[in-house]
Design a protein around this ligand. Structure first.
Ligand code: AMP
Ligand code: MG
Length: 359
């Protein structure tokens, strides 16, 4: 009896599991260039073919969103919604925000307000003046003091937005580079999760990540880059289901140039809207949050805040922060300390960051 019926049934069940069950656990993975970085997506839990199809459609969605949010006209794929809007805003016009951009504009206005303008998409003119908007190359020297002063935003982004209307000023160029990656990865993540609640996935945009669900073998993990040592990481963080990790760093887009007294100076892409110059005080800053848009906007705002970052974190509703200050010293919050595994330095010492309390 056992041999005749049960064994074949068990065998058949085993075979079926091998065909479909094991396949379910097999992740699909693909990469594409988007938002100026390499985006790597991993999906599992739906079966090999579906995992793959979900990535293909997520990448198409990302490309559509990316085109909508690009700040400048690009010949290759026509004008984006934002590029078209910027054309009128730089002449001081009042225009309707196109519906696909409205949600992002509202969120960005809140973060500009909460951060008291340290995160401010109205800095786009300055970003362009410094040359950091370019996807090709960066300039050899900083702009003149006069040009920087003239490019300081006349108004903060949240003061330009009135419902679905936005009013520009002379030279305004809205640039959502500090927030769009988070916003877009969150939108892509929300769509995958709504359509496939049982899917587990990792969306990795050049080291900024959104993780959903679980891998069967090990947790989703992120290596935080060492801001001064190439190919070395500072820390490992295990991401929870539905969590995003975003880092702002002065090593991402930059140029080095000599000052009048012959010293080499590092000029990077995160601009302090109060001065018009690259922000000083921080090398890199990582934020964990359940919303990737918040994590992204906050990583930039807290970077610009320098030593005062805990106040800004608290206003933006962020609790898990790891910062490398300009002098290389580490700081973190309690919520981050509970999550991070710091990498020992060459002499085997594990650094001990300074604990900063949030007000
Ligand atoms: P992130 O890497 O997220 O910190 O974003 C940096 C990018 O955001 C830059 O390349 C600029 O396009 C833009 N940006 C620079 N400074 C600011 C700022 N203070 N507020 C908003 N966007 C900024
Ligand atoms: Mg950011």
């Amino acid at each position: 009896m056992l041999k005749k019926f049960v064994m074949p049934a068990l065998l058949a069940a085993g075979l079926l599991w091998l065909m479909f069950g094991a396949d379910r656990e097999k992740p699909a993975q693909m990469q594409t260039l988007a938002m100026g970085t390499l985006v790597d997506m991993t999906v599992l839990g739906l079966g090999g073919q579906t995992n793959h199809a979900v990535i293909v459609s997520a990448m198409a969605q990302l490309r559509t969103l990316e085109t909508q949010w690009h700040p400048d006209a690009r010949k290759a794929d026509g004008n984006s919604l934002l590029a078209d809007l910027n054309q009128g805003l730089q002449q001081g016009q009042t225009l309707s925000v196109p519906p696909p951009l409205q949600g992002g504009f509202e969120q960005a206005a809140r973060y500009a307000e909460y951060s008291e303008g340290l995160f401010d998409p109205a800095v786009g003119g300055l970003v362009k003046l410094w040359g950091f908007h370019s996807e090709a190359s960066f300039p050899a020297a900083p702009p003149s003091e006069g040009d920087i002063a003239a490019a300081l935003p006349a108004k903060r982004f949240d003061a330009l937005l009135n419902g679905s209307q936005v009013t520009g000023f002379d030279g305004l160029r809205l640039d959502f580079g500090a927030f769009a990656k988070g916003l877009l990865l969150q939108e892509v993540s929300d769509k995958i999760h709504a359509e496939h609640p049982q899917a587990s996935f990792l969306l990795n945009g050049g080291g900024d990540l959104v993780a959903v669900g679980q891998r069967p073998d090990r947790p989703w993990r992120i290596a935080v880059r060492h801001p001064r040592q190439h190919n070395k990481h500072l820390a490992l963080i295990e991401l929870k289901d539905g969590e995003a990790a975003f880092t702002s760093g002065d090593y991402e887009r930059f140029f080095d140039a000599s000052t009048a007294d012959g010293k080499s100076q590092h000029y990077h892409h995160i601009i302090d809207p109060r001065t018009g110059w690259p922000s000083v005080g921080t090398q890199s800053l990582t934020v964990l949050h359940a919303d990737a848009g918040v994590a992204d906007a906050a990583s930039t705002a807290l970077f610009v805040a320098g030593d005062d970052w805990p106040q800004v974190a608290s206003r933006m509703g962020v609790t898990a922060v790891l910062r490398v200050a300009a002098n290389g010293e580490l700081e973190w919050t309690k919520a981050m300390a509970e999550r991070v595994e710091l990498t020992p330095s060459e002499d085997g010492e594990v650094p001990l960051p300074r604990l900063r309390a949030l007000p």
